[in-house]
Ligand binder design. Structure first.
Ligand SMILES: [Zn+2]
Ligand SMILES: [Zn+2]
Length: 169
């Protein structure tokens, strides 16, 4: 059964609020995600449709691309979805992720898959423990966020200078 499941079989018209919590693995998130995934779902039911606004919070432990250290990262993401009732079995809609058709005999809306997708989309391509992460020293390999090393940080450049000298001679 879905973790984030809303019973809509006898839903009266108007606003309904649901708060859900689940372990990340229960909705198919990988091991990077820890803690609890929380979803606040506000539904606005009218005759032909249900408008959903979902606020998601989650937490993950990621590896910094620059210093290779673990860091915790809080995810806060929101999305909206319009579910509309349609008695046609195939709905010729453009593939729009913000709209989903529900058959009139549907009793539940399951949010698990959408929540999972939105959390994964919220993870940035470039993972940095902080914007000004100093990274790893390319010479001695220390994490420069924790330790200052005495390596000359111009080594790469001075090598270029050597090369320039050679080519100019
Ligand atoms: Zn870092
Ligand atoms: Zn160093």
């Amino acid at each position: 059964m879905a973790e984030f499941r809303i019973n809509i079989s006898n839903l009266s018209e108007g606003i309904h609020e649901h708060i859900f919590e689940a372990e990340p693995s229960k909705i198919g998130l990988d091991k990077r995600f820890g803690g609890t995934v929380r979803v606040k779902a506000v539904l606005d039911k009218s005759l032909r449709q249900i408008c959903l606004k979902a606020d998601i919070t989650a937490e993950g432990t990621f590896i910094c691309d620059r210093c290779l250290d673990d860091f915790k990262w809080q995810i806060a993401e929101s999305y909206s979805m319009v579910y509309f009732f349609s008695d046609r079995s195939t709905v010729d809609l453009k593939k729009d992720e913000e709209i989903q058709a529900l058959s009139p005999d549907t009793n539940y809306i399951d949010l698990d898959e959408d929540v999972r997708q939105y959390i994964l989309l919220a993870v940035p391509r470039k993972l940095l423990c902080s914007e000004d992460c100093l990274g790893i020293c390319p010479i001695c390999g220390v994490n420069r966020n924790n330790k200052k090393c005495s390596c000359k940080n111009q080594t790469a450049d001075s090598r270029w200078d050597e090369l320039k000298k050679l080519t100019h001679n």
